[in-house]
Design a protein around this ligand. Sequence first.
Ligand SMILES: [Zn+2]
Length: 444
Amino acid sequence: MKTKLCYLLTVFCCLILASCSTDEPAFTLSQNTFNDIPPEGKNLSLQIQTSSEWTATSLNKDWCSVTPVTGTGNGTISIEVSGNISKDRTGTIVIYCNGTQTNININQKALPEGKELLYRIPVIFHVLYKEKNNPKQYISANRIKTVLANVNQYYKGRTVATGGEAGQNINVEFYLPETDQSGHQLEAPGIEYVAWNEMPIDCESFMESKNSKILNLLWDMNKYINIMLYNFAEIEDGIILGITSLPLSTQGKNYLEGLQSVEYTYLENSNLPYPQCVSINTLYFNQDTPNNSYNSADTNVTLAHELGHYLGLHHAFNDKTEDPNADSDYCMDTPPYNRSLYEQSVMIPTYQAWKASNRDMAVLEPGFLRTNCLNPEQTFTSYNLMDYEISYSDRFTPNQKERMRHVLEYSPLIPGPKRTASTRSATPQGVLDIPVIYEICYIH
Ligand SMILES: [Zn+2]
């Protein structure tokens, strides 16, 4: 008797469902296929017409994402396809509505052999502030936009002052995303303001922190570069302008010298015990280089420099205390110099003379010169963005470009398409034991 009742109930329910689905109008989509998506990636938009609830799911989340993933009634679904440097590929978005499923196919070409991809990378600035009315804490959206535009000039190989050709075009463009991680419109693109009790902050403790309050600030590192802006606590000897974690490298044939290696090609935020990010000292964020003058705290240079670290560059000068004459940046085309020797014998006296001369640039001139510590006969002028002190700091070299592009193409937790197949399924669980390695950047 019980079985019969169940059977009848089931039939009854099915009848109700069937009548519902035939009464409702079918949903319609603006298109079912997207062909010839360029290797650089593209943002697509799909219109759905219905009066019912629907869901949108990407079956290829590592290179194709949809927002929103659910909705009711007519709507626009954004599909973000990332760049492709491996091979031609097809992705699928599943739209489910009213008991019916439709697959949307996305066909994307790979980058042709020998071509270089323009990496477009979203950056999110987390502005930590204690006093909202303090312009050195609550940095304006306009200022951030201007600084990032200048940084992009450097990465295009142009000088900010003249716009002329200077160094290597890294073919990387940083941009401020319009929406947050869940697809909600940001009030100021690429910026989130976060009230913070502690200010100033000890930047080294911040970069080493295992504190969830700090780790939770970070947006998905596979998609964004996280830039923290806050007042740095003072140090005794000089000023720290920025501090940045170096990226990780994969092991084996794609290992990049000078980086910490890990056995995985794909990791997630939750695998790292520390915040992998850039931190910039906002006490200097309003600083530019005045015309015909010099400013070693120019924030445009600082951010370009810190992003260089984030993409795997070391300082151009010698950074290893155990051997002050070694070449420590793994780039043959950036001659090394003994930084402490330069500071004592050149930088400090030149800087003092320059200030005493009412900032006569001719007096500062000898400060731009360095002596190659591997070949003391050779002097050179400092133009490198990974140098500082008295330097033109406006360009990268071909070897530095190679390193940065290698990191973009292979390193886990770095945004942008990878040459190695994404092995998301093999992502380890939990926090890995990875030492934090950061570059600290200070001036005297
Ligand atoms: Zn540095």
